[in-house]
Design a protein around this ligand. Structure first.
Ligand code: APR
Length: 243
């Protein structure tokens, strides 16, 4: 309870807040985290073997079908209390930047404005040749072709080994560099450059908070830890703010 009260006070005092979320905040919506075992048909695949440009070049149909499976999974999922509480905290605070590593769009569906999508969005598709967004029917067995140039269409997400979209990277670095309070929620803090954002805040002498039921490499550098699931912690934080 002390930590919650302390975090509520820090939120009231911070003029700039930066929040980084990972797949843990969507776990309570039934969307498996990256480090969860893959389910069913996909149990024999590792995400790191599918979410790469090489995998798409080698076997576009399988990669495409994996994303189709994930899009269907996400379409059936609903934002959970963690997404909703965070959206309410953002609207209450007025200067909270949200960076998400998630591609599921659940923050937006919870009403969160201005989400910095660090790894893209699974509901967006791109021309594989031009890299431009394209509108296609993506509920297909094989990658559709680009309506403009006929090249294959790929999911609008950042694959391992690819760069973060420049606009998202610049916005995230600005938010992490200018915040007084950095809160990491539901991330294993293992994938860079996202995991490096907390280090920017820490190196600036800012407070770093971790909300996660499990320890991560960030835990030792956190000034405050809420060792709880995101839905429970964020709902309690919202209540503490209102009290
Ligand atoms: N609430 C909060 N955190 C949770 C919950 C929950 N209910 N359930 C699990 N977690 C935590 C796990 O303990 C873990 O630390 O969420 C974290 C999820 O870690 P990962 O599965 O590694 O997901 P993430 O950190 O988002 O991965 C980062 O790696 O695989 C790539 O591009 C992919 O964006 C992803 C990136």
């Amino acid at each position: 309870m002390k930590d919650l009260t302390e975090l509520a006070r820090a939120l009231r005092e911070a003029t700039h807040v930066c929040v980084l979320t990972g797949s843990g905040i969507s776990a309570e919506s039934g969307v498996p985290t990256f480090r969860d075992a893959q389910q069913g048909l996909w149990a024999r695949h590792e995400p790191t073997d599918l979410a790469t440009p090489e995998a798409f070049a080698r076997d576009p149909d399988t990669v495409w079908q994996w994303y189709r499976w994930r899009r269907r999974l996400v379409a059936e999922a609903e934002p959970n209390p963690g997404h909703h509480a965070l959206a309410e905290l953002a609207s209450w605070h007025g200067n909270l930047a949200l960076i998400t590593q998630n591609v599921d769009g659940l923050h937006q569906r919870a009403g969160h404005p201005d989400v910095i999508e660090f790894h893209g969005n699974i509901h967006r598709n791109l021309c594989h040749r031009e890299g431009k967004p394209v509108t296609v029917d993506d509920d297909t067995e094989r990658p559709p072709t680009c309506p403009q140039c006929g090249a294959p269409v790929r999911p609008g997400v950042v694959w391992f080994g690819e760069s973060i979209p420049q606009k998202a990277l610049d916005a995230a670095l600005d938010a992490a560099g200018s915040c007084e309070l950095f809160i990491a929620i539901g991330t294993s803090a293992t994938v860079y450059p996202a995991a490096g954002l907390a280090e920017i805040a820490r190196d600036n002498g800012r407070s770093v908070v971790e909300i996660n039921p499990d320890a991560t490499p960030m835990s030792d550098h956190a000034d405050l830890i809420l060792r709880a699931p995101a839905g429970e912690a964020l709902s309690a934080l919202l209540q503490a703010i209102k009290d």
